[in-house]
Design a protein around this ligand. Structure first.
Ligand SMILES: Cc1cc2nc3c(=O)[nH]c(=O)nc-3n(C[C@H](O)[C@H](O)[C@H](O)COP(=O)(O)OP(=O)(O)OC[C@H]3O[C@@H](n4cnc5c(N)ncnc54)[C@H](O)[C@@H]3O)c2cc1C
Ligand code: SF4
Length: 322
């Protein structure tokens, strides 16, 4: 690990000014930042500690939405009564991440901006495309856990299960940086490899996630399948949010996690559900479409059945069929 300057801003303007300096890196819970530094992937000249910026730590209900500060921990997201009642899909995704120790440290903002877990990216020995090289070593190498959609340039899967739930819920993010403030639907936060293979999101130097806004009261489900039953990222996960008219689906948002470099809308499933009465048979038929158009690599075909199963179980939970 390199030596670095430690900066403790007291407020958001101070954090932005410090974060915009050449070589500075924000640190929230530090779960991913510490890994990246130990792996030699991040060598910041300065770490800007956000933990004491108390104006970024809030959770409240406001005009039919839950408004969440980026410093709220995954532990709080998973347990706070406002979350459990108003956005259970997100509470479940947060509660399934990592372990209790990790969830106590990990924050919402850090979770969304964490870097991918591809072992080639995480090793100093491989100068792959994501690090400015010319090759994706996963294509012909170990790709069991890699993407089955959108994987021709770089086959990372987005590591955040929380992001899967937030896309299903139709959340929005407020970002603030040296050039001012902008609000965007969460789907526009993520960057696909074909847009820029070296990054996963639109954050500019010194730019912070300062607020996450989630519509409250949407009916949903989140299911995560793992290789190990604890202490693991998802092998496949799915979040479903339904708008039901009686038992009939008016609108469905179905999102696959651990499937692509960004949280991936399963639009074939969504289309198959709209206008149908939700029951076991329509849920099964729709879930089978979850992997339509997938392009699995030579060692990750097993993810297709796992993704379909995650969608079916999420649909059952969202529709009260379970
Ligand atoms: C064993 C293990 C299992 C895990 N399993 C899961 C899982 O199942 N699902 C899942 O979703 N995650 C999982 N994780 C990942 C973990 O949840 C993330 O590493 C953690 O949430 C990162 O949050 P943090 O606050 O520690 O971020 P940090 O490590 O402090 O920061 C991460 C990144 O976010 C940036 N950042 C932090 N806050 C902000 C902000 N407000 N604005 C802009 N940029 C910011 C930092 O600069 C850095 O680039 C797992 C981790 C481990 C170690
Ligand atoms: S999947 Fe992406 S991060 Fe992994 S080796 Fe290929 S280019 Fe690098």
């Amino acid at each position: 690990m390199n030596s670095f300057t430690w900066i403790e801003p007291a407020d958001i303007p101070g954090a932005i000014a410090a974060g915009a300096q050449q070589g500075a890196l924000f640190k929230a819970g530090g779960v991913d930042v510490t890994d990246l530094m130990k792996e030699g992937i991040a060598q910041p000249a300065a770490l800007v500690n956000l933990r004491r910026v108390s104006e970024m730590d809030f959770l409240r209900e406001e005009k039919g939405a839950l408004v969440i500060g980026p410093l709220v921990t995954l532990a709080r997201l998973s347990e706070d009564p406002l979350m459990v009642k108003g956005a259970n899909t997100l509470a479940l995704a947060a509660g399934w991440a990592g372990t209790p120790q990790i969830r106590n440290l990990a924050t919402l903002g850090g979770n969304l901006a964490q870097r991918p877990r591809c072992p080639y990216f995480r090793s100093e020995l491989f100068h792959c495309r994501k690090k400015g090289g010319t090759e994706c070593f996963a294509m012909l190498g170990e790709n069991q856990e890699h993407a089955v959609f959108g994987n021709d340039l770089c086959a990372i899967v987005h590591p955040s299960g929380v992001a899967t739930a937030l896309v299903a819920l139709g959340a929005s993010l407020k970002l603030r940086g040296p050039r001012g403030e902008r609000t965007l639907p969460i789907e526009q936060f993520f960057v696909r490899p074909e847009q820029d293979v070296t990054r996963e999101n639109v954050l500019q130097p010194g730019e912070l996630i300062v607020e996450v806004r989630v519509p409250a009261g949407r009916r949903g489900g989140y299911v995560k399948l793992m290789q190990k039953q604890t202490f693991d990222w998802p092998l496949a996960d799915a979040a479903v949010v339904l708008d039901l008219d009686g038992g009939t689906v008016r609108e469905a948002r179905v999102v696959l996690g651990a499937a692509a470099p960004v949280p991936w809308r399963a639009s074939a499933v969504e289309k198959a559900l709209v206008g149908k009465k939700l029951d076991e048979s329509s849920a099964r038929a729709a879930a089978q479409l979850a992997t339509s158009g997938a392009t699995p690599l030579d060692k990750n075909g097993h993810k297709l059945a796992a993704l379909q199963a995650a969608v079916l179980r999420s649909l059952r939970a969202a529709g009260g069929l379970a």
